[in-house]
Design a binder for this molecule. Structure first.
Ligand code: C5P
Length: 221
């Protein structure tokens, strides 16, 4: 336990979103939620009041954390914005970029002789950008970026495009990093700042990330 974030309110999003096609099918992704849950646990251990907005995952709520369960990207946006004002937002959720334009109220059946079907998708809200542009913008807005190549360049582009303060980029598709792994390796970038962390257990990375966040918050109060 520390007091690095005592008196601060931290909102964290974690896990995947599920975008429903019909009552039994959805579009999801392989996010386990572990990195975001580790960040929420680390923030609570540093003395913060923590709201964890969680997609559909099988993880225990960390001690001292208020958890709000959501399913879709739209629900995630609503829950995150409802949790403001806050000092810090950490967007660790793997939010779907696309959602079915219509969700069928009944199970879609296959029809004899029909060999193709088209699913029309529309963009989801960008929650991270919405938080960064909000009138109640937290002092520090932190994004995650899962990348398969050009890690730092893509993270820097995200920093600028979404107007966030830090982006923690992790390489996906390699063993020991990213989705479904217990460990991770992150490169954290900010304005005039770059730091490589790990490979290390997600809990250790989350502690370091919380230290970086606490330093920045202290510098801005
Ligand atoms: O643009 P990209 O999806 O790679 O950015 C990842 C970051 O943006 C993550 O922090 C994720 O939580 C956030 N994001 C979001 N809403 C979306 C898509 C991504 O908040 N619709």
């Amino acid at each position: 336990m520390s007091t690095l974030l005592a008196g601060r309110r931290v909102v964290v999003s974690a896990g995947p979103t599920f975008e429903d096609i019909d009552p039994v099918r959805f579009i999801g992704n392989r996010s386990s939620g572990r990195m975001g849950f580790a960040v929420a646990a680390a923030a609570a251990a540093a003395g913060a009041e923590v709201v964890l907005v969680a997609g559909p995952v099988h993880l225990e709520t960390p001690a001292g954390v208020e958890r709000v369960d959501i399913r879709s990207a739209a629900q995630l946006r609503d829950a995150v914005l409802a949790a403001l004002p806050a000092d810090v937002y950490v967007g660790a959720a793997a939010v779907a970029d696309w959602t079915p334009r219509d969700t069928a109220g009944h199970k879609l059946k296959k029809q004899p002789g029909v060999e193709r079907m088209t699913l029309e998708l529309v963009r989801t809200p960008d929650v991270l950008a919405a938080v960064a542009a909000h009138r109640l913008r937290p002092r520090l807005v932190v994004g995650f970026a899962a990348e398969t190549e050009d890690l730092v360049a893509n993270a820097r582009a995200k920093l600028a495009a979404k107007r966030v303060d830090l982006v923690a980029a992790n390489r996906v598709g390699v063993p020991g990093s990213g989705f479904e792994a217990e460990t991770n390796a992150l490169t954290v970038v900010g304005e005039g700042f770059e730091r490589a962390l790990g490979p290390a257990p997600k809990a250790a990375l989350a502690d370091t990330l919380i230290e970086l966040i606490a330093e920045r918050i202290a510098g801005r109060s």
